[in-house]
Design a protein around this ligand. Structure first.
Ligand SMILES: [Zn+2]
Length: 235
């Protein structure tokens, strides 16, 4: 049933106009977080249709047991999709992450992508970075997935120990060396023998995910699937 738009909400929307994070235009009152036009025009990867055949699976499956990969949309610099990521990472819009990942999860749920997945582990930030930002956007992406699937989230299995600059601003080689050895296993409780869904905001080379998965394997993880909101095209 469509949500009723109350008089009070109309007044608030008039006084404090909301903006679409993708196009920057004023949001119609019926749209919650992103305008319908931007939502439908997002450059979807459709990886979930053949999630066993992604770039990440082909690149890393000999080294880590990776089962499936899904990403919502392609990331391109200065595009609508990149604005969504920038807003959720640098402008405090953590609620976008949660809302958009929940929409995406509902979109792909019937494909069977989440079948057999036991727990969700968001890629952590260093404590210093999380304190500066006030939140970890990957955790909020994980929250949206968890709300739509009921799969629990584990945040205390692994921590990030190396402070890295923004991955999206670095060259391919820099990104790979930058994240090698960036994570430490803290606890294997809840991940041992499990199929873990690793969640990140953007996948560029896959180096971050690979490094994180490599460390989690020490805790006895059975296998991984991977979900990101964005994925670069140049792979
Ligand atoms: Zn828009």
């Amino acid at each position: 049933m469509p949500e009723q738009i109350t008089f009070l909400r109309r007044v608030i929307d008039f006084l404090i106009p909301r903006k679409c994070p993708a196009c920057g235009r004023r949001l119609p009152i019926s749209d919650k977080v992103i305008c319908s036009e931007c939502y439908f025009n997002l450059p979807r990867t459709n990886f979930h249709i053949s999630p066993e055949d992604s770039f990440i699976v082909r690149k890393y499956s000999k080294m880590i047991p990776v089962v499936r990969v899904a990403s919502f949309f392609y990331y391109a610099t200065k595009s609508e999709s990149s604005r969504i990521i920038l807003q959720m990472k640098y402008f405090g819009k953590w609620s976008f992450a949660e809302y958009i990942s929940r929409l995406y999860t509902y979109e792909i749920k019937d494909s069977g992508f989440f079948e057999g997945i036991d727990v969700i582990v968001p890629v952590p930030l260093t404590k210093k970075r999380e304190k500066e930002r006030g939140y970890n956007q990957s955790y909020h992406i994980a929250l949206g997935i968890s709300e739509a699937t009921g799969i629990p989230i584990i945040t205390d299995a692994i921590r990030r120990v190396v402070f890295t600059e923004s991955q999206t601003r670095k060259s391919k080689e820099e990104r790979q060396t930058n994240v090698a050895d960036a994570f430490r296993l803290v606890s294997s409780a809840g991940i041992e023998g499990k199929h873990v869904l690793l969640v990140d905001d953007v996948i560029t080379t896959g180096a971050t995910i690979f490094s994180c998965a490599g460390e989690l394997l020490k805790g006895g993880v059975k296998c991984f699937s991977i979900l990101s909101l964005a994925h670069t095209r140049h792979l």
